[in-house]
Ligand binder design. Structure first.
Ligand code: BES
Ligand code: MN
Ligand code: ZN
Length: 498
């Protein structure tokens, strides 16, 4: 689908369909009123008959509205005006896009982008509209014999802005929105591919492909021998039970000055988490193909950053492994030595994410990063505490945490901070090694972050636990592409600050 920006009267659009909003109860928005006026009260007479109350998501398709140049007018119920907020706006755009894709109007001019959303400007509305519209039409059918085909799919979505002065910055908003939407797509695709296809090697190949398609990205893959030389004993202890070799993926985007300290993103890339010898119960174990969604989001962000051409340096680091039981697998009770020298008693081989992340985080020291953010489907406990709507956020630097919380609010890809502290650190005590890899029954998300914090003392660091937000269950089962929007917003805000 293609996007463009236009400013002008709705009745003068020579297009297959014009979209305007109706608030509940039966209240026309400005562009609907304009069409109503030129058409001699055509809309108001229909609304008066009771065909559209304005309830959220209800639609009414009108043909040949008098004195307009468009073939159709789609009236869209927007709900009550006082309830109209960020989330409702995004949902409205998404729902409308699905309808438009089905009615056969291939080129559409959408005036919903002119509705006022409290505290949000035109740039925000345009970018969010692009992301929401694109995301609404996502489907994953690479592995189906019969592909989904729409008879007359939506090809071009023209987004309306109030004035000509908005055109330039709205074009930029489209560019950003499209880059983010496609980054989200990449993250969704990688997440949805099963463990027999999306292996550590597959992730590495995708990272190499990114570098081939984009000049500003360079990818390096570290093999098992190199990780042995680096003494990444903790990372390597996780892949030992698997027939598949581990990969350490390092992607380098240089859009800033050479002297600019990079933002480093580290993504957990467990391409399948069986639990290892501490094997998981079989119910819903298939979902552990999503245990590389942190890694997928890092690839998604790097591709998006390069598409926008953001003026900063970003490095993506992905430890990619498979966690399996087997004759060579790490046993509960084994003690391993991490790259940092810290010894770890592996009391539970299912707490493997932190074991690969700690060595990746130590590796990051060499980049002299401005900040390091790791992204991981790390703990089931995070799903218990925050559910599927909000990612867990912890770290060692308040300004960074605040920037990420704000980026979450702006992008609608929300995070919530959890506390850390000495009391929790004590739960990681081990009688035999420097630390244990689990912290007991309570506060599992926090003790997992405490474990990581032992390896991030040399830089500003934040950790996003996306166990609850990286994929959806039920009839809409699939990866969400989160937290690509949050991270992109954070990076865009960083550039604006400079
Ligand atoms: N990948 C899982 C976390 C997870 C579980 C994410 C369910 C989403 C849904 C992680 O590797 C894991 O198994 N964590 C354990 C840690 C425990 C053994 C301390 C968990 O959360 O149960
Ligand atoms: Mn696990
Ligand atoms: Zn895991």
């Amino acid at each position: 689908m293609e996007f463009s920006i236009k400013s002008g009267h709705p009745e003068k659009q020579r297009t297959a369909c014009v979209v305007v909003g109706i608030f509940e109860p039966r209240r026309m928005c400005a562009s609907a009123e304009q069409i109503d006026k030129v058409s001699g009260g055509f809309l108001s007479s229909i609304i008066r008959r009771g065909d559209l109350e304005g309830k959220f998501g209800h639609t009414l398709l009108l043909h040949s509205v008098p004195n307009t140049l468009c073939e159709r007018v789609l009236l869209v119920g927007c709900g009550r005006e006082r309830d109209f907020n960020d989330a409702v706006y995004r949902k409205l755009i998404a729902k409308t896009t699905v309808v438009l894709n089905e009615i056969g109007a291939m080129e559409v001019t959408n005036y919903l982008t002119e509705l006022s959303v409290k505290g949000r400007n035109t740039h925000w509305k345009i970018r969010q509209a692009v992301e929401a519209a694109w995301g609404a039409l996502y489907h994953f059918d690479y592995l189906k014999s019969e592909k989904k085909t729409d008879r007359r799919p939506l090809r071009k979505l023209i987004l309306s802005v109030p004035s000509r002065r908005d055109l330039a910055h709205s074009e930029q908003a489209v560019k950003e929105g499209l880059a983010i939407a496609q980054g989200v797509d990449l993250a969704k695709d990688l997440g949805n591919f099963p463990g027999n296809i999306c292996t550590p090697e597959y992730l590495a190949k995708q990272a190499v492909t990114l570098a081939e398609t984009d000049e500003s990205i360079h990818t390096e893959i570290l093999e098992q021998e190199q990780m042995e030389t680096l003494k990444m004993g903790s990372l390597l202890s996780v892949s030992k039970g698997s027939a598949l070799p581990p990969k350490l993926i390092v992607m380098n985007y240089s859009g800033g000055k050479e002297s600019d300290a990079p933002v480093v993103l580290v993504g957990k890339g467990v391409t399948f988490d069986s639990g290892g010898i501490s094997i998981k119960p079989s119910a819903a174990m298939d979902e552990m193909k999503y245990d590389m969604c942190g890694a997928a989001s890092v690839l998604g962000v790097l591709s998006a950053v390069a598409k926008v051409g953001l003026p900063l340096n970003v490095i993506g680091v992905v430890p990619a492994v498979e966690n399996m039981p087997g004759g060579y697998a790490t046993r509960p009770g084994d003690i391993v030595t991490s790259m940092s020298g810290t010894t770890i008693e592996v009391l539970n081989t299912d707490a493997e994410g932190r074991l690969i992340l700690c060595d990746a985080l130590t590796y990051c020291e060499r980049f002299n990063p401005s900040v390091v953010i790791d992204i991981a489907t790390l703990t089931g406990a995070c799903v218990v505490s925050l559910g599927h709507h909000t990612s867990g956020l912890l770290g060692n630097h308040n300004p960074l945490i605040n920037d990420l919380l704000n980026a979450g609010r702006t992008s609608g890809d929300r995070a919530w901070e959890l506390p850390m502290g000495e009391e929790y650190q004590e739960q990681l005590k081990s009688p035999f090694a420097d630390i244990a890899n689990i912290g007991g029954r309570y506060a599992g998300t926090i003790t997992a972050a405490c474990f990581l914090s032992r390896f991030t003392k040399k830089y500003h660091w934040a950790h996003l636990d996306i166990a609850g937000t990286a994929w959806k269950n039920g009839d809409k089962k699939g990866a969400t592409g989160r937290p690509v929007p949050l991270l992109m917003q954070y990076l865009i805000d960083l550039c604006a600050e400079k």
